[in-house]
Design a protein around this ligand. Structure first.
Ligand code: SAM
Length: 256
């Protein structure tokens, strides 16, 4: 079993209680990978291994895992096609891939719909920087097609959208993103310090509101060889997987 991302908590617990000895990594039933695992290193679960790992180039076993989950990673990677191909190849026949990605191209903030959806220079600057670095803002919408194109079957996808407002977790996510890119946005000449300070303050303005990107969750299963059936108890119908992942997100405190 493998995870590229953060669904580790729910899956590690589920792997212990439901899969028992059938997990793929011996006593370390769940592998969590990230190129920068600093937020994962404090994790201490008996069946969980954390590994620093580049998803597009570091070694990854093939036909090995019952479930591969990733969230908000592929949309960032210029080599996302290669990474997805490797994640699919890592599945056992009948194993499941679950991926969640934003589509921020379909719901641009529009102050005509509501004046509180302020068009902020910092947000536009962040978007420009992300475009420069090859982020695919429509990847959530592409996900269903990409899972099919990589040979998965029983492919399904569904989306969720939230209204972001002062104090909600989505506003905190925006603040963290702006802070992380502050120097790069200034250095690129996209904004001034005054723009930045004004837009950060707007995140706390009671009139601030904007739709989140659509969070698309997609899943599909690797082709079965003749006479084999989907692996384990995790491949429940999609709504079941989505519900469990939502429960996980609640435990992790991530509600955009
Ligand atoms: C937007 S964050 C999402 C984090 C987490 N998956 C979540 O949903 O909360 C993107 C993550 O992708 C990781 N990442 C970026 N490039 C990567 C790569 N080439 N291989 C593996 N992970 C990568 C980053 O370190 C970061 O943790």
């Amino acid at each position: 079993m493998a995870l590229a991302g953060t669904a580790w908590r729910w899956v590690a617990a589920t792997a212990q209680s439901q899969l028992g000895s059938r997990v793929g990594l011996g006593p370390q039933g769940v592998l969590v990978t990230d190129i920068d695992p600093r937020f994962l290193e404090s994790l201490k679960l008996p069946n969980l291994e954390v590994r620093r790992h580049h998803i597009a180039s570091d070694p990854l076993p093939e036909a090995f895992f019952d479930l591969v989950h990733s969230r908000l990673v592929l949309l960032h990677l210029p080599e996302r096609e290669k990474a997805l191909a490797r994640m699919v190849a890592a599945l056992k026949p009948g194993g499941w891939l679950v991926d969640e990605e934003f589509d921020s191209s379909s719901t641009p903030s529009d102050p005509i719909v509501n004046p509180g959806r302020l068009f902020r220079k910092t947000h536009i600057a962040m978007t420009r920087l992300m475009d420069n670095h090859g982020l695919d803002r429509a990847y959530g919408r592409r996900l269903f097609g990409r899972l099919r194109a990589h040979g998965l079957t029983s492919v399904a996808a569904e989306g969720r959208i939230f209204m972001w407002h002062p104090g909600c977790p989505g506003a905190s996510l925006l603040r963290a993103n702006y802070e992380q890119l502050h120097s790069a946005m200034i250095d690129a000449g996209y904004i001034t310090e005054e723009d930045f300070d004004r837009d950060m303050a707007r995140l706390d303005d009671p009139s601030f509101m904007m739709p989140s990107p659509i969070l698309l969750g997609g899943l599909g299963t690797a082709a079965l060889t003749e006479g084999r059936f989907p692996v384990g108890t995790l491949p429940v119908p999609f709504t079941g997987v989505a519900r469990k992942l939502r429960i996980f997100r609640g435990e992790a405190g991530y509600r955009p």
